[in-house]
Design a binder for this molecule. Sequence first.
Ligand code: SF4
Ligand code: MG
Length: 458
Amino acid sequence: CAVFGVFAPGEDVARLTCFGLQALQHRGQESAGIAVGDGETVMVYKDLGLVTQVFNENALSALRGNVAVGHCRYATAGGGGWECSQPHISAIDDVLIALAHNGTLVNTGAVRARLVGDGVDLRSNTDSEVAAKVIGQETKRTHHLRDGIRSMMQILEGAYAMVVATPVSLYAFRDPNGIRPLCIGKLANGGWVVASETCGLDIVGAEYVRDVEPGEIVRFSADGMHSEQGVPAGKRASCIFEYVYFARPDSVLDGQGVYQSRRDMGRILAQEAPVDADLVMGVPDSGLPAASGYAAESGIPYADGIVKNRYVGRSFIQPTQAMRQNAIRIKLNPLPSVIAGKRLIVIDDSIVRGNTSKKLVAMLKEAGAAEVHLRIVSPEVMWPCFYGIDTDTQDQLIAANMTNEQMCEFIGCDSLAFISLQGLHSAIHANHPGFCDACFSGDYVTDIPAPLQEKGFF
Ligand code: SF4
Ligand code: MG
């Protein structure tokens, strides 16, 4: 998912949020929503669909205020209905707050049961709504939103980058392991912006200030920016898959540029898995920077051999397998004039179920490719993600169930190689405080409760 927040009295905060969400659309395509605080109350407008489908001029101009939060949804927990869209509203006596969440919480089961027992009205089956209601309950008990948020951070575990709008202020906070990204920017007129990625700051002309720290709660109000530690920071575990696939290449996460990281993944893969061929191509869009890195390192010419329909969104983010399969054909078309008779090195970001690669290789061979050597700039995905990326259950993960030869045969390629985990880490070379790489290593930073483990077929 994408989250965005702005505190900027005197500005059109809903419009800024709409721009921010458009820049972050790649993080979720299922629903979009904006909540605005106007000094008295909080209003929310949300619906299923892309940002530009949900928000027109009328909807935006009805949302007036000094503070706003926004969300684009990529479902990992809960269903697909309107009730699951965000921001979620929670009432603290007669004051409303709105919460937007990126990530997935791992221990909401017991907490949900307790809320229901307390008579709290839950409209959806999402983890995010549970978080909104816990903050509401805990704020009633502690009489301050800051303490309610702190209490939620003690109760709920997993991955969360969250923003909350109140009638008069904006809060931003991040789980103690810093799994999902969240950064802070400043507007020229003194307003503040928070976004999942820096590309969300760029689009509204905000200057990057810093990232929200793991476990930190930041409050933006008429008094400026105030920071405190909500819960102690734990072992740092920023999602390494953000760099491989999820984030936009023009974003900088924790001080590290995504584009440069992807290029370096390609360079390292060229060293680790060289092969004799005529052309290097990337699978648009996420494979392109790595392909240019592979080409530069190997000395084999780079070519644009696959054209992507730019009006089709991300295929993986589609919620069902049937939609994903269909999306690949609609999205990608090979260029026979470039590839016919050629031995190709084809670079993609990841293989999860293997469907994308299988269809792609068939398309390339049909278009006349003499050989297709697949090179993947992430290691084999062997474990499910419980922290906000839908990498599916272990029985669906091709690399968890097949040898390299079996995968090659299933996909129909002439050779297949993945970057090593160490190679991936070294491509992201800044002095990074630490990554989650559990989908490759099985090394999870939190406990995974038994019901989720069952879902993941451990
Ligand atoms: Fe990211 Fe993989 Fe960790 Fe999930 S398991 S947070 S996708 S690195
Ligand atoms: Mg792809």
